[in-house]
Design a protein around this ligand. Structure first.
Ligand code: NI
Length: 444
């Protein structure tokens, strides 16, 4: 009898505890739900401002490490919002804003890149860029041809609405507005690597980072993500061939670096097609420039080539490098020429931490609707967001920016003069950042 009573009271006790815990959990998630609903309304309300900021940035694009006016606008915005801290001049033109929430929680970073590209815009829109500059000694237009203007505007909108609910926010949010994602100009450094060197992840110590990229070939309203290798590593390849100059009429008395260079380019085609295990992962080797000679009847002394190497797996990246060097050296040697082959390591693979991805993709589904969120194929483009992910777990996803009625195969690619973004997806972008902050803190 006594035992039975004890059993009965124990059961009652644990049931009570469970009920209490359950109620508490429900209260917690309800609270998040209420805050999310409030932020969702604010995200819709702020859309016209986000669009206006984006159009202003689009019309006034600035190249990598030259984002002076963009940075000024961002810093003023964060100061007006009474951010706890606003740091400027980080890695040249970077801006870092810190917003401390009123509730305890993790330190999480949100990142937007700010730079435009040396591309002359061909899209006929009222806020078309007419900016011109000199880049690599060439006259060129300047255009936000990768959509980084949309990233800045979306993060500015996120900053504005989150700052308005500061007291209800868990933890600390570090807003990173980063320069030079596309790569610093020759002779300079910049981008995520320099931001990290200057302590952007250290003070306060950032635990996790989120970032998004607009996509001109993904329909508005949808989101794409991928666990693990999402975007490729990107390394610069440069090859210098030294032959022997001679008269174009007597090739046998020299060593022709143009013919050797052509053989090397053909030889490099086999590095991917015949030496890389394509059933494991993709790779790309592209030669994008080949310079030699000055007139038709002179066989020149040298030829130079530049290219890019992409891989989605660090092991394959290393193999491709070794194979390129061997092919270049041996083809040059077979013709009696000399070749110097240099590979400059660039961005690593953009790698979405699988655990973090698993934890956070339901948030994207909540924001965009389950049917609108898909796992993407890996991209052979590169992203210096990868450098943050080398230091801390990070999650990078793609936001639809293509008009819904357009065929993705016909939509202009990034980095082209016809690149076009439909502004209808910005609100989902703002909502996604807000929900990720709340859900990450709640799921800790
Ligand atoms: Ni980009």
């Amino acid at each position: 009898m006594k035992n039975q009573l004890t059993f009965f009271s124990k059961t009652l006790f644990f049931t009570a505890i469970l009920l209490f815990l359950n109620q508490n959990l429900t209260a917690q998630s309800d609270k998040n739900a209420a805050l999310k609903a409030k932020l969702d309304k604010m995200a819709v309300a702020i859309e016209p401002k986000v669009v206006a900021w984006r159009r202003d940035l689009h019309q006034n694009p600035e190249l990598s490490n030259r984002e002076f006016k963009t940075a000024e606008k961002v810093a003023k915005h964060l100061r007006d919002l009474k951010f706890d801290e606003v740091k400027t001049g980080v890695a040249k033109t970077g801006v870092v804003g810190i917003l401390r929430g009123g509730k305890p929680g993790p330190v999480v970073a949100l990142r937007a890149d700010m730079d435009a590209l040396p591309v002359a815009e061909r899209v006929n829109i009222p806020f078309k860029s007419t900016v011109k500059t000199t880049f690599n000694d060439m006259e060129t237009g300047v255009m936000h041809a990768c959509g980084h203007d949309t990233h800045v505007a979306i993060l500015m909108g996120t900053a504005e609405i989150l700052s308005q609910v500061k007291s209800e926010l868990p933890g600390t949010i570090v807003f990173i507005f980063q320069p030079a994602e596309e790569g610093a100009p020759k002779g300079e450094t910049g981008g995520a690597g320099d931001m990290i060197k200057e302590g952007v992840l250290d003070n306060p110590k950032v635990e996790t980072i989120f970032g998004l990229h607009i996509n001109s070939q993904t329909p508005v309203g949808s989101i794409r993500y991928r666990p693990g290798g999402t975007m490729a590593s990107s390394d610069r390849l440069s090859i210098k061939i030294k032959g022997k100059q001679t008269h174009g009429a007597n090739p046998w008395s020299g060593v022709d670096p143009i013919v050797v260079g052509s053989q090397i380019i053909m030889g490099l085609q086999t590095v991917v097609s015949r030496m890389t295990p394509l059933n494991e992962s993709a790779a790309v080797v592209t030669i994008g420039s080949f310079h030699a000679g000055i007139r038709g009847n002179i066989i020149p002394e040298t030829a130079t080539m530049e290219g890019t190497i992409r891989a989605l797996d660090p092991k394959i990246q290393k193999q491709v490098h070794e194979n390129i060097k061997r092919v270049v050296q041996n083809i040059a040697a077979s013709a009696g020429a000399e070749a110097v082959c240099e590979i400059e390591i660039g961005n690593p693979v953009t790698f979405n931490n699988p655990e973090l991805t698993k934890k956070m993709y339901p948030t994207l589904e909540e924001v965009a609707g389950e049917d609108n969120v898909r796992v993407s194929v890996p991209a052979t483009g590169a992203e210096d967001f990868a450098l943050y992910q080398e230091k801390i777990p990070g999650f990078f996803y793609f936001l639809g920016g293509m008009p819904k009625d357009k065929n993705p195969l016909e939509a202009a690619a990034h980095h082209t003069p016809d690149f076009y973004i439909d502004e209808g997806g910005f609100t989902i972008g703002v909502k996604s950042f807000c929900h990720l902050i709340l859900d990450y803190a709640a799921k800790k």
